[in-house]
Design a protein around this ligand. Structure first.
Ligand SMILES: CC(C)(COP(=O)(O)OP(=O)(O)OC[C@H]1O[C@@H](n2cnc3c(N)ncnc32)[C@H](O)[C@@H]1OP(=O)(O)O)[C@@H](O)C(=O)NCCC(=O)NCCS
Length: 169
């Protein structure tokens, strides 16, 4: 049985390892140089400790209490939850676990009072875009981003080469 829970600090090395392993997929779209520049596979216990001051963490555990999924997110403003990361151990991918973890995050986001959940990803991350579309996220256009309830998502213009995806909760 898969369980979902907030991680303990003692489990942060496991999370860093999971993120850094799953990040290897970015080598299919980035050169080694870009991979480094984009901070891929650079998760560390220190960064997780620093991030916990303004983000929520939620993990998926297998029957032996090993972490096989990780997500981090934050209430960006009263109506918006920003999904910073979602990762599934590559050995467990494509079995529906990412979608289940995402649903758990959406439940928490609703409880926090958010109206929308959003994220940003490189236009080249086909696997992620497919994953979010399968979970009813839409690519947000400049027009969408001007209208309620997506109007508080960005303070600045969208970045070239990246998509903002989002879903009403
Ligand atoms: C994105 C991620 C969390 C999805 O987790 P998952 O457990 O595989 O997700 P699910 O099993 O619920 O959903 C699978 C769907 O994701 C998409 N997908 C997953 N891997 C894919 C791939 N290699 N190529 C294309 N689509 C892919 C497909 O839509 C697939 O559904 P389908 O099989 O019906 O086509 C996982 O691939 C991952 O950890 N990737 C690395 C980190 C990452 O890119 N995170 C998102 C950054 S914005």
């Amino acid at each position: 049985m898969i369980k979902f829970d907030k991680p303990k600090k003692s489990e942060y090395p496991q999370i860093a390892n999971l993120v850094n392993t799953a990040d290897q997929i970015y080598l299919s779209i980035y050169s080694q140089q870009e991979f480094k520049k984009q901070d891929c596979a650079s998760e560390s216990v220190e960064k997780l400790l620093e991030g916990e001051q303004n983000r929520e963490y939620l993990c998926a555990y297998d029957e032996n209490d090993n972490i096989i999924g990780y997500s981090s997110f934050r209430l960006k403003n009263s109506q918006t939850v920003w999904l910073s990361m979602i990762y599934i151990n590559p050995e467990y991918q494509n079995q529906g676990l990412g979608s289940t973890l995402l649903k758990k995050v959406e439940e928490v986001a609703k409880k926090l009072g958010a109206l929308v959940i959003v994220l940003e990803t490189d236009k080249k991350t086909i696997w992620a875009i497919n994953f979010y579309k399968k979970n009813n996220y839409q690519i947000l256009s400049d027009e969408n981003l001007k209208k309620h309830p997506f109007d508080k998502v960005l303070e600045k213009k969208q970045v070239n080469g990246r998509y903002i995806l989002g879903k009403k909760l």
